[in-house]
Design a protein around this ligand. Structure first.
Ligand SMILES: Nc1nc2c(ncn2[C@@H]2O[C@H](COP(=O)(O)OP(=O)(O)OP(=O)(O)O)[C@@H](O)[C@H]2O)c(=O)[nH]1
Ligand SMILES: [Mg+2]
Length: 140
């Protein structure tokens, strides 16, 4: 029944929820225990899935909503989940060693240098890079 499809009562909020297929995206900020989440709601229709990858960079979490009554489409969900995981923005990235080789860093003899792989999003590697700098202080 269409009315059931488009207007359902959300008991938690005690309000009528209107739904319509997501085209493009909706963005909303949600605060949970003082943590602000910037949430992008993106459309799940097949034709829209190719645009999902444009949302992955700078994204910390992905909420994959599964319709628990739809057994037939669970296989598609699985397929899309693994496609999503294969899409991380780090796939195919160069290693620090490759970059170092390309920049021929080893030929730099008149300056101390250090190459550090890091991720600006998670902060991984940043401390190590700075620690190297502190370890060089007064070494010359
Ligand atoms: N029973 C029930 N129906 C739901 C629930 N969530 C959504 N629906 C219904 O499922 C249909 C699709 O809901 P949407 O929230 O638009 O689904 P969606 O995944 O955002 O769809 P797209 O935006 O097209 O990707 C609507 O008819 C909703 O009323 C739920 O938790 N329980
Ligand atoms: Mg939607």
């Amino acid at each position: 029944m269409p009315m059931v499809n488009h207007h359902c009562t959300n008991n938690l909020m005690n309000e009528v929820v209107h739904t319509s297929p997501t085209i493009g995206s909706n963005v909303e900020e949600i605060v949970v225990k003082n943590t602000h989440f910037l949430m992008w709601d993106i459309g799940g229709q097949e034709s829209l899935r190719s645009s999902w990858n444009t949302y992955y960079s700078n994204t910390e979490f992905i909420i994959l909503v599964v319709d628990s009554i739809d057994r037939e489409r669970l296989a598609i969900t699985k397929e899309e989940l693994y496609r999503m995981l294969a899409h991380e923005d780090m796939k195919g990235c160069m290693t620090a060693a490759e970059i170092s080789k390309y920049l021929t860093l080893s030929s730099i003899k008149d300056h101390p240098w250090h190459i550090q792989s890091c991720c600006a999003l998670t902060g991984e590697g940043l401390c190590q890079g700075l620690e190297w700098m502190t370890s060089r202080i007064g070494v010359r």
